[in-house]
Design a protein around this ligand. Sequence first.
Ligand code: GCO
Length: 482
Amino acid sequence: KSLKKFPHDFLWGAASAAYQIEGAWNEDNKGPSIWDTFSKLPGKTFHGTNGDVAVDHYHRYKEDVRLMSEMGLKAYRFSIAWSRIIPDGDGEINPAGLKFYDDLINELLKYGIQPVVTLYHWDIPQALQDKYGGWESREVIGAFKKYCEAVFKQYGDRVNYWVTFNEQNVFTAMGYRWASHPPNVTDVKRMYAANHIINLANAEAINLFHQLVPKGKIGPSFGYGPTYPITANPDDILAADNADDFNNNWWLDVYCRGTYPALVMNHLKDLGIAPEVTAADAKLLKSAKPDFLGINYYHGGTFQQNKLEHPSKEDADAKDFSSTDPYLMQPKDSQAQEPETPMFNNVQNPYLTKTDWGWEIDPVGFRIALRRVYEKYQLPIFVTENGLGAQDQLTDGKVINDQYRIDYLQAHITEMQRAMTDGVDMIGYCAWSFTDLLSWLNGYKKRYGFVYIDRDDDSQRDLARIPKKSFYWYQDFIKRNS
Ligand code: GCO
């Protein structure tokens, strides 16, 4: 049995992030973010791509919004670049930065598209990194509040849905565990410390929002993957539970309950890498109540018991983790254990196929994910990302026949619908992404959009917008709402 139609107010949307689309990296007084700096370090991104121009959304936002309206989108999720609003992170507010998002929001509303605003999609101002050490410093919490206050006051009258942090699990692992994102660090103790500070900033932002915008809704967006045991061996089941605590609950419990899972915390304390949580911190974390939970779903992970001995810290530090999957806590192509995760081993799931990037394709996992998260935390869920990265090719210079993307989205939306029939309270679904955009590490080789952008890593060409086959599929789907 399943729903025939979705609720009439279900928010069908698509998503993006500032650094991946805007370009205009230093226009209208924008300050540099850590990504403007990092992407210019040799060897850090595919073909050295950076967001200086990206897909030039900053100058072409009207054209993009017109395409969104043609598609029939009910919602559009985008992020604000903090360093447009406050170029040096905690100094003067930049009126030109405020104006850009004012214009974008008004343009969306003109077509009846609800803006969904992400406060932080990985681009802290470089000045805060330099001055305080970024998310490792409590000084940054005040700066973040100042930025939040500016944007809540400016847009709170028109924007209902706000996302605090996008995929905190991903950007902290990539940035502090594997040095594949800024700030280019490989130190798990620092990773946990930064996570705690970000949790405090998240809580402060939620509380401030509830004061300033009482009618609005706010919550974090988490990159969630359900964990499966490889066999019915209780030791494997335990390993999957452990992975769930390390990969998911370490963040979700804090967001939704204000406490860290004891298993992980005790383990980190034993290893001397636990973050310092003061009594005031604990109280703050408890006080902040998100209105919804944003879930980004790509895939889960399958686990088996780890039979290896717990390696010493020195051994672990000496390992080179080059190939990684941000949604798993372990390096993809290696059995190497990391210092704090000896309790599970990630293995291949024999029942699932994979994308070009080796990510498992698991639509049923989406239903499982939504049910698990809803049953546990009882918060309405907004799917803030789900989509397929592929190497789309133009045929005859005009058409992209991305039937594989349609199949992927169709299968996932079907499972979401089943989850809703199962009783999960859902607000909406934003596919990732609206247009093609700059993949942080994969340039323009990895494309997610409904709209093709005519450029590649080495040449910008004319940046023409070309709707793919999936564009028309989603358009028709939204119209029928079924
Ligand atoms: C990429 C990534 C991103 C993420 C998104 C997460 O290829 O760079 O897949 O596009 O999906 O930024 O929120």
